[in-house]
Write a protein that binds this ligand. Structure first.
Ligand SMILES: [Zn+2]
Length: 145
């Protein structure tokens, strides 16, 4: 029996050789697929029209088609570029979301964004009206902490 599984694995490996397989973009498509599946239930509950579920089905099928196309694709260069474009878009947003979660948890400080250079300045909370000077560009930031 284990020999059988070994053969299947070898077969899959041979088939996948030179193909794209999964990459972060495909993982993101899978996450998008799952999120849309869950959203579909809620939306169809409030908008029980056939066109709504048809639209959802069309989008879900399209995502699956794109996913399988990318997994089995032999055009590695093209897929690599798509993935790089996706990561260029995604990684800054992921970082921004992580920063935002960090600031939300930091109850002792208030964060100001400098209008001059976009730097984040951290001030202890509860100081009332304050005026700070941006350490990066020298712009004055006024606010309430
Ligand atoms: Zn600044």
């Amino acid at each position: 029996m284990s020999n059988f599984f070994y053969k299947v694995r070898c077969g899959i490996e041979r088939f996948m050789y030179g193909r794209n397989g999964t990459d972060p973009l495909n993982v993101a498509l899978l996450v998008l697929y799952i999120v849309l599946c869950l959203t579909q239930w809620i939306v169809v509950f409030f908008l029980p029209y056939q066109i709504v579920s048809l639209l959802f089905s069309a989008v879900l099928v399209a995502i699956v088609v794109v996913m399988f196309f990318r997994i089995f694709s032999r055009n590695l260069e093209k897929r690599r570029q798509e993935n790089a474009r996706f990561l260029n878009w995604f990684l800054p947003r992921q970082r921004a979301a992580a920063n935002w979660r960090f600031r939300m948890r930091d109850r002792d400080h208030k964060y100001f964004k400098c209008r001059g250079c976009g730097a984040r300045c951290r001030v202890p909370r509860g100081k009332g009206r304050i005026e700070i000077t941006c350490p990066r560009c020298g712009e004055k930031i006024r606010g309430r902490s």
